[in-house]
Design a binder for this molecule. Structure first.
Ligand SMILES: Cc1cc2nc3c(=O)[nH]c(=O)nc-3n(C[C@H](O)[C@H](O)[C@H](O)COP(=O)(O)OP(=O)(O)OC[C@H]3O[C@@H](n4cnc5c(N)ncnc54)[C@H](O)[C@@H]3O)c2cc1C
Length: 379
């Protein structure tokens, strides 16, 4: 029987496990994957993430990872026009390969036990807390915890746990990524739009550039079956992107893909007795580049309540109420505006007009972008 089991060791789970172990709780962090691993993500850690990292006691360890610093966002449309915006603070370009591994190290240093390659297959409430069933290769195991935190990402695996989960809401997308060498970049994250999706270029550590794309399923037909041919097919759809990637050299082994990606899931912070963190509770369209920040924020909001629950100062119902309220307060606005931006940028007529509109009224695009952001973290 551990005090708390955190299921899923992505950003939300590992930062929550670190903060809970800091408070002295016996914490187990489980993930089905082995680490380090490359993960589909734009690898743009927004300026809004900084205050949350500090609150979780992670600011210094992440700052040491050799990230790149980004000052601007550039949107480049199919017709070649662009919109350039200053970021409200410095963002970081950092690979998930390094970031997730650094969070695991921080969690382990704080005293959390990390078990990887172990898949959670069910979670059931018992008289004493929770019974968690797992599978590791052919080996089936179980463990008990007084409290459970679900941070298993956007996959639809919640049904596995006997919990409600969220029904899949179409349409779905496919996400792909690869690191490249040999792309000249300013301290700018670039988003290239085209019919059927977009591709982001973000400088990360060691002079590498992460290319990640979110594509409608139809947009990958006839592009071949490998991640690199899919990225190549996307590059053909935007002339300036094609020019940018023409001489780029892929870093072998850095490719990853994910499907299906559903962008229109509802915000869902609690499922029966489980607090849901990060993408499990809701996902902002990746175009906004704030999913990582939200994953960290959900951990920072949940941990003080979990601590009080474990001390017997809060009932489960009070934990649920307080956590649900804080998630709704902080995430509802950004998610609503994020969904609007995703819809807007999917319309060719709008993207044709947007660069002219942005020249005439530069505040409009900046204001729309700002509406998708989290406020600085305050306890
Ligand atoms: C194409 C694309 C681009 C993106 N670009 C950006 C960006 O530039 N900036 C940004 O901030 N966000 C971006 N995001 C979003 C960001 O990647 C996510 O919001 C973030 O990873 C969420 O973190 P998380 O901890 O909630 O989930 P994850 O990081 O997905 O972690 C969930 C973990 O749970 C584990 N797991 C799942 N099921 C089980 C199980 N049954 N048992 C045990 N373990 C399990 C998984 O292996 C995984 O490690 C992007 C997303 C996509 C798809």
């Amino acid at each position: 029987m551990v005090d708390v089991a955190v299921l899923g060791a992505g950003l939300a789970g590992s930062s929550a496990a670190k903060a809970l172990a800091d408070k002295g709780w016996e914490t187990l962090l489980l993930d089905r994957q082995s680490f380090p691993r490359h993960k589909v993500c734009g690898e743009f850690l927004s300026p809004e993430a900084q205050s949350t990292l500090q609150a979780l006691g992670l600011g210094d360890s992440i700052a040491e990872l050799g990230h790149s610093e980004l000052e601007r966002v550039r949107l480049i449309f199919e017709n070649g026009a662009e919109v350039d915006m200053a970021l409200p603070g410095k963002a970081w370009g950092i690979s998930r390969y390094s970031l997730d591994a650094a969070l695991h190290q921080a969690a382990a240093q704080a005293g959390a036990a990390l078990q990887t390659g172990r898949t959670v297959t069910s979670v059931r409430a018992t008289d004493r807390g929770f019974l968690i069933q797992t599978k590791q290769g052919r080996e089936v195991g179980s463990l008990e915890a007084r409290a459970v935190i679900a941070a298993w990402g956007a996959s639809q695996r919640t049904e596995l746990a006997g919990y409600l989960g969220q029904p899949a809401r179409k349409p779905s997308y496919i996400g792909v990524k690869s690191h490249f060498r040999g792309i000249a970049m300013e301290p700018v994250v670039e988003l290239y739009f085209f019919r059927g999706g977009y591709l982001g270029l973000c400088p990360v550590e060691d002079g590498l550039v992460n290319a990640s794309a979110l594509l409608e399923r139809g947009a990958v037909a006839n592009t071949g079956k490998t991640i690199l041919t899919i990225l190549g097919g996307a590059a053909q759809r935007n002339k300036r992107l094609f020019e940018k990637l023409k001489h780029a050299e892929p870093v072998l082994g850095s490719q990853a893909a994910v499907a299906p990606v559903y962008l229109n899931r509802k915000l869902f912070p609690w499922d029966q007795q489980l607090p849901l963190l990060g993408d499990t509770s809701g996902m902002i369209p990746p175009l906004c580049g704030d999913g990582m920040s939200m994953a960290l924020r959900s951990a920072a909001l949940c941990v003080p309540l979990a601590d009080r629950y474990l001390r017997g100062q809060l009932s489960m119902a009070e934990w649920e109420l307080a956590y649900t309220r804080s998630i709704n307060r902080e995430f509802k606005g950004p998610l609503r505006w994020g969904a609007f931006l995703q819809w807007l940028f999917g319309m060719t007529a709008v993207t044709d007009w947007l660069p002219h509109g942005a020249r005439l009224a530069p505040g409009i695009v900046q204001g729309l972008w700002q509406a998708t952001r989290l406020k600085p973290f305050q306890l």
